[in-house]
Design a protein around this ligand. Structure first.
Ligand code: UD1
Ligand code: UDP
Length: 382
């Protein structure tokens, strides 16, 4: 069984780590890791390989940043010859980013079966670039591994055959649990001078929240109000970094730097490595975010999460976990945060199969697949 695994961005590294580890346990699997280079800063990429003990990529495509079309087509052009040469029995893609779509599309056109990990999630909002990536990837994938019940339902409704869908749990939680002993040793709290449960965490990077100055300003005004009650630590995504630095005239100005944190206010940091970040999230009193992965991690950790979006493609984090959708209206965000800070949540459960064993289930299914599908052996490539 030859498996080509593809990653490109920060959350992809978290998802692929347990899969690679599991694949390497079996002598009958020959796996390679292809890194598209969509994310490339040490703090967005290299640090994750180290923290999650991911072997260095076998192939680096170094596509870098660009428009959606440029990035997607660059990955397609560069990955085609890698697939042709390695001739995998299956290509594994994770998540919903441009690299996911590009790799899946290239493999499908080469008639190589595609396995999509984290299939079926839908926000039903096609203004999100990720929703387009999810819809197209799932339409052409051969094996669809879903993290939650809604994923199965969405795929069945879209006409995907039941035999292609596998409810396996969540590889993000595999990484969270398998590295728990490491992140529990993080010293970042001491370095920042914050006490557990006496701070909040913020992350923001969705284009709909950060690319429009008016929306971003509104969000920061709300966060500034909340930060008068509890200090907020804000590791800033590179998409958001430039926009924050040019934003002036906020009622509660931002604080940049990781030393001598103010007792109140929003403190902006560089993106934090995985182990330090998980320690910060586990110790937080509240998380305010537009991240997909963070909605899941807070649910698994039992940390209250306010999602600053109108929708979520991960509804199980609301029905079972600690997530609450609060939208982007500043007054609503402040109200929800103050209510969260004055109560203790006990009414949550870790979603079904988020037990740290999703990669085991996925690899067991992959090992059972035929090494030559009828599609590939019948007529060859055109
Ligand atoms: C991408 C994904 C998004 C995912 C996010 C995870 C798409 C369409 N979007 O968004 O779904 O949630 O990654 O973090 O695939 N940049 C750097 N250094 C880096 C990477 C990016 O400075 O290492 C800057 C560049 O200015 C770049 C911008 O960030 O133009 C955006 O990067 P890009 O990968 O296009 O999208 P993200 O917002 O990171
Ligand atoms: N993360 C991290 N450090 C940070 C921010 C995020 O280690 O400063 C990790 C965390 O595990 C999170 C994942 O990166 O779930 C995904 O991050 P991001 O929000 O960029 O992507 P999304 O999940 O929204 O696609």
């Amino acid at each position: 069984m030859k498996i080509a695994n593809v990653v490109g961005v920060r959350p992809n590294f978290v998802k692929i780590a347990p899969l690679i580890k599991e694949m390497r346990r079996y002598a009958d699997i020959e796996s390679i890791l292809i890194h598209t280079g969509q994310h490339y800063d040490v703090r967005m990429a290299g640090q994750f390989f180290e923290d999650l003990q991911i072997p260095l990529p076998d192939v680096s495509l170094e596509v870098g940043s660009g428009s959606h079309a440029a990035q997607t087509s660059d990955v397609m052009k560069r990955i085609e010859s890698v697939f042709a040469e390695f001739a995998p029995d299956v290509v594994v893609v994770v998540g919903d980013v441009n690299s996911t779509l590009a790799a899946a599309l290239t493999a499908a056109k080469l008639q190589i079966p595609v396995a999509h990990v984290e299939a079926g999630l839908r926000s039903f909002d096609r203004t999100m670039p990720e929703e387009i990536n999810r819809l197209v990837t799932d339409a052409i994938a051969d094996y669809l591994f879903v993290t939650e019940e809604s994923g199965q339902q969405n795929l069945l409704r879209e006409g995907v055959g039941e035999q292609k869908i596998f409810f396996v749990g969540n590889v993000m939680i595999d990484s969270l649990e398998s590295s728990r002993a490491s992140w529990e040793k993080s010293l970042l709290h001491t370095r920042l001078g914050v006490e557990r449960k006496q701070y909040g965490i913020v992350t923001l990077h969705r284009p709909s929240n950060v690319d429009d100055e008016g929306t971003l300003r509104g969000l920061l005004e709300a966060l500034g109000e909340i930060a008068q009650q509890i200090p907020l630590i804000f590791p800033v995504h590179p998409r958001t970094r430039g926009r924050l630095q040019t934003l002036t005239g906020l009622r509660h100005p931002l604080w940049f730097g990781a030393e001598n944190l103010p007792a109140k206010g929003i403190c902006c940091l560089e993106p934090v490595g995985y182990l330090d970040f998980m320690a910060l999230v586990a110790g937080a009193r509240i998380v305010l975010t537009d991240s997909g992965g963070l909605q899941e991690e807070t649910s698994a950790l039992g940390v209250p999460c306010l999602t600053l979006r109108a929708n979520t493609e991960r509804p199980v984090t609301v029905t079972h976990g600690t997530n609450q959708l609060v939208g982007t209206v500043p007054q609503e965000i402040t109200k929800a945060a103050l209510s969260t800070l004055s109560s203790v949540r006990t009414d949550f459960q870790v979603p079904p199969l988020w037990d740290g064993k999703a990669a085991q289930r996925i690899v067991a299914i992959l090992r059972d697949l035929p090494t030559r599908t009828p599609r590939r052996s019948s007529k060859g490539k055109s």
